[in-house]
Design a protein around this ligand. Structure first.
Ligand code: ZN
Length: 341
């Protein structure tokens, strides 16, 4: 399917179904199941669930300059495909979507080419990518137009929780225009903001009705925070975002905010709130490996999330949506013939 067909389908379902949109499954498997999904084996237990990881990081420090990893004992080395395959072995991880790693902006094109190559090879699960970009700059348009016809480039992210990005940064006129352009190109934008500024994300979404958005990491609310006011700011923003049917939420990133000796119950309130707020059709599992390894292995994170959804009495069908189907549908992921070990 071409990008323009993807986009037409999205607009048809999103506008035609009004607020029912994703929530009622208007944009769901019943209408758009791919041949690949139909061939899937039946899922009889949690162990059988196929997994799509919507947030796979890789960095090869012999090729890329990542200043933010420099002094980190765990993350300050290269993480490449073979490490990812080892970390996800035995988890039935069938597809993944690359997530940009805040490379030096001079290396953005090189990063995009690196991941397009991985998407084309059958020795790894990557089938799509969200690349780095600077929407506030004049150069953004020419940069992203290079990828407008790529089957693999699904969207753009700029991490907005750093010291260079004050509150309101994503509401500047050039930034908004660039994110609107992504919508015209059928691409999405990942919202990765401080939880205090997540309301800016809702304001951006309101100005870009044709762009699809992904809330990263359940809105980046630290699980150890007990301050009621701070948690309310986050919850209000998550609810404001969820009112727009062109927004989905990645269930991830929570583990890195936990204490070192975390228990599943420490993660549960944030995850449950995020999953319930976005509903069964607009939540997607994300690994955030290798960042998650600051607190847990990939497998420990998957196991914790599976334990939480069992506690929520989530049906196996809804679990399959969370771990697999929603991502396939949202990104329009194709089967490239990769089989997990
Ligand atoms: Zn990440």
């Amino acid at each position: 399917m071409t990008r323009s067909t993807d986009r037409r389908e999205f607009l048809k379902t999103a506008s035609g179904a009004a607020c029912a949109g994703f929530m009622s499954g208007a944009f769901s498997h019943a209408a758009t199941a791919s041949n690949q999904e139909k061939k899937d084996q039946p899922v009889n237990s949690q162990a059988d669930l196929p997994i799509v990881d919507t947030h796979e990081h890789l960095w090869d420090l012999t090729k890329f300059n990542l200043p933010w990893t420099k002094d980190n004992k765990v993350l300050g080395r290269s993480f490449v495909t073979k490490d990812y395959l080892a970390a996800t072995q035995g988890l039935n991880l069938v597809k993944s979507v690359y997530m940009e790693v805040d490379v030096d902006p001079k290396q953005q094109v090189q990063e995009a080419e690196y991941v397009i190559d991985l998407c084309q090879r059958k020795d790894n699960p990557m089938v799509g990518a969200v690349i780095s970009g600077r929407p506030a700059t004049d150069e953004f348009r020419a940069y992203i137009m290079k990828y407008k016809d790529s089957q693999h480039i699904k969207g753009v992210r700029q991490v907005l929780h750093g010291p260079d990005n004050p509150p309101g940064f994503c509401l500047g006129s050039q930034f908004v225009k660039s994110v609107q352009l992504l919508g015209e190109l059928g691409m999405n934008f990942d919202l990765c903001l401080r939880s205090d500024d997540l309301g800016d994300g809702a304001k951006l979404v309101a100005q870009c009705p044709k762009t699809r958005f992904v809330v990263d990491h359940c809105g980046n609310m630290d699980v150890t925070v007990t301050d009621k006011k701070k948690r309310q700011v986050w919850m209000d923003a998550m609810q404001a975002l969820a009112q727009h049917d062109n927004v989905v939420c990645k269930i991830s990133g929570i583990i890195v905010t936990a204490n070192e000796n975390w228990k599943t119950s420490d993660l549960e309130p944030n995850m449950r709130f995020s999953m319930e707020t976005f509903g069964p059709d607009r939540r997607m599992f994300a690994g955030d490996w290798p960042v998650c390894t600051l607190r847990a292995s990939f497998r420990q994170w998957v196991d914790a999330l599976k334990e939480i959804v069992r506690g929520m009495n989530m049906t196996l069908a809804d679990q399959k949506k969370l771990f697999h189907d929603n991502a396939v549908r949202f990104y329009g992921l194709k089967d490239k013939g990769y089989k997990p070990a």
